[in-house]
Design a protein around this ligand. Structure first.
Ligand code: NAI
Length: 344
């Protein structure tokens, strides 16, 4: 069994090599991303393996189909970069539904604490033996209200972390999990109330047509002055131009961003020797109250190991049995997990 692995990074390889050897699979690593120009590299492989910034659009799917590649193994949970409607019936899409919700939720809290306690500033100061505390005043999280949009696997871990800090949680989800609500410290509410009542807002929902720009100018207008926005989910949940405007007007007190709408050509790469063409991102990064990490939230040893094990197992299971419980299918205009086997 041969897998063409796109957008390969040095940190992907140890775990994938381990599980490929264990399951008798050959993995060919390509540093390039999968897109219309590079799809030809998949010829002769049984499956292609991609990550969040590879492009799996109509043209790529048709070319894979022509080359007789029938399995697309996503080594991530999100599938917004795959044209699922077009893929259905042509190529089986397998994913890793969960690899470490802790990794992402803990990163969200790391960003929040760094931001509000000015750790990023203090670190640079003390490196230069500047021990002044001027402008480093933060605030307690205890007693503050955090609005959590999306209470799936990651959102729920973040709820627990915030509870541990003594925060009040307002949750919003299209499909609420009422069992996490205690009516007092954690409760579900409307998106409108969440926006207007939260001191901090953290996004943990997928990117869909419905959630695209869920944080836009209109939503930011409804927020408390000084609100902190955390996005570790997908860039296009937030309208970056609107966010920038709201930071300039002091409506938004701080932003913690692990994802950015136009990240695909920038994140995961060393661009330090280049001029950043994206003025919005450059301006955001220049702000003292904005922290940007480059889609790093998933990056723990545990998560990388789980990703590799599940991805390799998904492909092997699919080829051995003709189905895989981590397959996604597209039915009635919706993507869902195909738990019971064959989608098509
Ligand atoms: P999940 O599927 O367990 O949870 C997503 C939740 O969002 C569900 O409860 C769902 O009902 C809710 N939701 C769906 N549509 C909604 C809507 N219109 N409004 C409000 N809520 C809605 O997913 P999980 O594992 O918790 O991941 C969440 C997101 O985190 C992923 O979609 C992905 O975009 C992002 N992610 C980011 C990573 C990073 O490294 N920065 C790594 C892994 C995931």
């Amino acid at each position: 069994m041969k897998i063409a692995f796109f957008d390969a990074k040095s940190y992907d390889r140890p775990a994938f090599d381990k599980y490929a050897a264990e399951y008798g699979v050959t993995v060919k690593y390509f540093e390039t991303k999968l897109n219309e120009d590079t799809v030809y590299l998949s010829a002769g492989y049984d499956a292609v393996c991609v990550f969040v910034n590879d492009t799996v659009n109509e043209a790529v799917i048709d070319r894979l189909y022509e080359m007789n590649v029938r399995v697309l193994a996503l080594r991530c949970a999100g599938f917004n970069n795959v044209d699922m409607k077009h893929a259905f019936g042509k190529i089986h899409v397998l994913r890793v539904p969960a690899y470490s919700p802790y990794a992402v939720a803990e990163h969200a809290m790391a960003l929040l604490l760094t931001s509000i306690r000015r750790i990023h500033k203090a670190y640079i100061r003390t490196k230069e033996f500047n021990f002044s505390l001027k402008n480093l005043t933060g605030f307690d999280l205890h007693g503050k209200t955090v609005g959590i949009i999306g209470t799936g696997k990651i959102g729920r871990v973040f709820v627990d972390i915030c509870k541990g800090f003594g925060m009040k949680v307002l949750a919003y989800d299209k499909y609420p999990a009422e069992e996490i609500s205690d009516g007092e410290n954690v409760r579900y509410t409307s998106l409108g109330e969440l926006l207007s009542q939260s001191d901090i807002i953290s996004l943990h929902c997928p990117l869909t047509e419905e959630t695209h720009y869920i944080i836009d100018e209109n939503a930011l207008d409804k927020c408390k002055t000084g609100v902190i926005i955390i996005n570790t989910s997908r860039g296009a949940l937030v309208d970056a131009e609107a966010l920038l405007k709201a930071i300039k007007s002091r409506k938004v007190g701080a932003a913690c961003l692990d994802v950015y709408e136009e990240e695909s050509e920038l994140f995961f790469e060393d661009n330090s020797g280049h001029i950043l063409e994206d003025d919005t991102l450059a301006r955001l990064i220049s702000m003292p109250n904005v922290i940007v990490t480059s889609h790093q939230a998933f990056l723990t040893g545990e998560a990388l190991d789980n990703i590799a094990e599940t991805t390799v197992k998904n492909v092997v299971t699919f080829f051995n049995s003709g189905h895989c419980q981590n397959e996604l299918c597209y039915k009635d205009n919706q993507v869902s997990d195909c738990k019971d086997g064959k989608c098509f």
